[in-house]
Design a protein around this ligand. Structure first.
Ligand code: SF4
Ligand code: MSK
Length: 647
């Protein structure tokens, strides 16, 4: 018999706990069980002092053997390992961006690709950022120039990538002075692999500076391109209301989950399920309809643009299958656990892989053709409906737990919410920060990790920050965590908010925690910071803003790259547990202290969320002090006239 109390230590939301109990009863092994068998982690791996990049090794650093066979010490080894992690993150985000950019390029060149531009206004707005002429030109011609720039940023050999020009001037001057302006994204990744090959770059500082340079090519390159190209293709998100958690699954419907990161197919699935033919097909199969839900960042992508509900975040991917009510899980790239087909086998769920480069043993491979995207999407939905008859009713249990969320906060939408359609701007936010109604802005991003009670760190931190009048912006699995915790609606979240933040959010009509998208969309946070700088009154660089980043439950290499580009941009980053660098004193000191001299920010590893909140508030206060705006906020009841000014 399952021990319920043991499971309640694993996750902060009751739906996950309920499914963990069911998994126990169904004899299903999940990542939570596997973590128990793996948790005595190898000391050398954890501390970053194991090297296996050549066949004289593997070498491990100990007090008795402080050097590898080649003579590399702990700092060289940990820095090389760290740079390779950053490379994994940069490559993943950027390859995602390349995929969408290539699709745009094909559209711009008149090819039949099964997609069209959903947001022509975004083409013009973004083209202007790059200085592309837009007056009296056809949108398609502008798009051709823009997509050439996007693709050029991947392949450029000697020129600095053009997307970096979207960063504030002072930030770019800092980078140029430090020699970390990135050339082509592909080159940055290849160079990292070369530098970390046996016998090349041995200076930990030189290696780590390349990690920052390459991460800039991610945040201010590949990821930024991914978000912009996706907005053009699939539409720039607008605020919308939907639901989150496993309770979005419907026992009477055919349930389809989309999981991964790339929106190309999932966006089409969201459209296909609305086709009346699909509804009829589902009814003929004995279901009342079709429910599409998302897991991880594919979920965030289609939530932001279609209001498709989210079933769960990273650590809920197996648990969603344990409901026994999922007919099909369609997976693309990143954060897909190879265990899914094994879990699915116990139920009736089909796991379908749709990407040639990402295959999982036991998953059905579906040949997704972008040129026939809509037909493919319909075909997949019909396959899921056909599987409805195989559902095992005695294995079905859907937790009765879901929360309402408001999401869709692109930068354009935030501007609109703050100022309305005629004077959309960040001015009201800047003023609220200057007046100390809002202490600052903190981005909480990233994953879940079974090393933590799922979502707990994020949820505690959010409450504490909001209480301290900090406006929180979120992406990725943390945004899903806050949604499950009821923090993405003004109604529930504002009860935790400090007076100043509450007043502003009430006047504007937004929650104090804004969902800005998937993990690749962290660049929307950089974009928002740039807008704040441009708006004026808060200094001339992102490093000077009362703003910071947090990655509570670091899991993926992408989060390591994200942390680097945030620090390089001047945002202090708080991480819930250390990177694999603790065995290398100089590397640790470089990332947590020395970089502050260069970028005006550093990394902080803080394992307790309340302590993290305290330190974050100190960082925000210090930045406010420097800006000369750290005056006490005097609370006064707002008259109608004042409310209009805030809004
Ligand atoms: Fe060992 Fe040096 Fe080879 Fe690494 S590069 S495995 S430290 S000999
Ligand atoms: S899905 S990278 S667990 S945020 Fe983007 Fe979530 Fe992290 Fe994957």
């Amino acid at each position: 018999m399952a021990d319920a109390s043991a499971y309640s230590n694993k996750a902060d939301d009751v739906a996950s706990v309920e499914m963990l109990e069911k998994a126990g009863l169904d004899c299903i092994e999940t990542c939570f069980d596997r973590y128990e068998t793996q948790k005595n982690h190898c000391k050398f791996g954890k501390e970053g002092t194991c090297c296996k990049i050549c066949y004289m090794g593997p070498c491990r650093i100990t007090p008795k053997s402080p050097k590898g066979v080649c003579g590399a010490d702990a700092d060289t080894i940990a820095a090389r390992n760290f740079l390779r992690e950053v490379t994994g993150g940069t490559a993943s985000h950027s390859d995602h961006g390349r995929h969408v950019a290539l699709l745009l390029k094909e559209i711009a060149h008149g090819k039949e690709v099964g997609y069209e531009v959903k947001d022509p206004q975004a083409v013009v707005e973004i083209a202007k950022l790059y200085g592309i002429e837009t007056e009296d030109r056809e949108m398609i011609d502008v798009l051709r120039d823009l997509s050439d720039i996007f693709i050029g940023d991947f392949t450029s050999q000697e020129e600095t990538i053009q997307t970096v020009s979207l960063a504030p001037q002072k930030t770019r001057t800092t980078w140029a002075g430090l020699g970390v302006m990135p050339q082509g994204i592909d080159r940055m990744c290849v160079e990292a692999m070369h530098r970390t090959h046996m016998g090349v770059d041995h200076d930990y500082k030189n290696l780590l500076m390349h990690a920052f340079r390459q991460s800039i090519a991610n945040g201010w390159g590949g990821s930024r391109i991914a978000s912009m190209a996706s907005d053009i293709l699939f539409g720039t998100p607008r605020a919308l209301r939907t639901e989150v958690n496993l309770g979005i699954l419907n026992e009477k419907n055919v349930n389809i989950l989309v999981h991964g990161h790339e929106p190309t197919l999932s966006d089409m699935i969201a459209i296909a399920v609305k086709d009346p033919e699909i509804t009829e097909y589902a009814k003929a199969a004995g279901a009342e309809g079709v429910t599409v839900g998302g897991i991880c960042c594919t979920a965030n992508e289609i939530l932001m643009r279609h209001g498709i509900p989210i079933a769960g975040n990273f650590l809920q991917q197996e648990l969603a299958l344990v409901t026994g009510a999922v007919e099909m899980m369609i997976v693309d790239v990143q954060c897909i656990m190879p265990s899914l087909p094994v879990v699915a086998e116990h139920y009736h769920t089909k796991i379908v892989g749709t990407t040639e480069m990402a295959k999982t043993i036991g998953a059905e491979a579906f040949d997704f053709s972008e040129a026939r995207a809509f037909e493919c999407a319909k075909e997949l939905v019909k396959m899921a409906i056909d599987n409805f008859k195989n559902r095992k009713p005695d294995l079905v249990k859907i937790p009765d737990k879901k929360e309402t969320v408001i999401a869709g906060f692109s930068v354009r939408e935030i501007k609109y919410m703050l100022g309305g359609s005629f004077r959309a701007s960040f001015r009201p936010l800047n003023d609220a920060i200057i007046q100390n109604r809002i202490k600052g802005v903190v981005g909480i991003v990233g994953c879940n990790n079974p090393k933590f009670k799922t979502d707990w760190y994020c949820n505690e931190l959010v409450k504490e920050l909001v209480k301290n009048n900090v406006l929180v912006v979120e992406t990725g699995c943390c945004a899903i965590a806050s949604g499950k915790d009821g923090k993405l609606t003004p109604e529930t979240a504002l009860e935790y908010a400090g007076h100043g933040l509450k007043e502003v959010c009430e006047a504007v009509g937004i929650p104090p925690v804004l969902h800005m998208g998937s993990c690749v969309d962290n660049t929307r946070i950089l974009e928002a910071c740039t807008e704040i700088v441009k708006e004026g009154g808060l200094g001339d660089s992102i490093a000077g803003l009362p703003a910071a980043g947090v990655c509570p439950e670091l899991m993926s290499e992408k989060a390591v790259s994200i942390s680097c580009y945030c620090v390089a941009t001047g945002l202090d980053v708080f991480i819930g547990h250390p990177f694999h660098i603790t065995g290398a004193q100089n590397v640790y000191k470089f990332l947590t202290e020395d970089v502050r001299e260069m970028f005006g920010a550093s990394m902080h590893f803080v394992e307790d969320p309340i302590e993290a909140a305290k330190q974050i508030v100190e960082v925000l206060d210090a930045k406010r002090e420097k800006l000369g705006i750290n005056k006490k906020y005097e609370r006064k009841l707002l008259e109608q006239k004042d409310r209009r000014e805030v809004a």
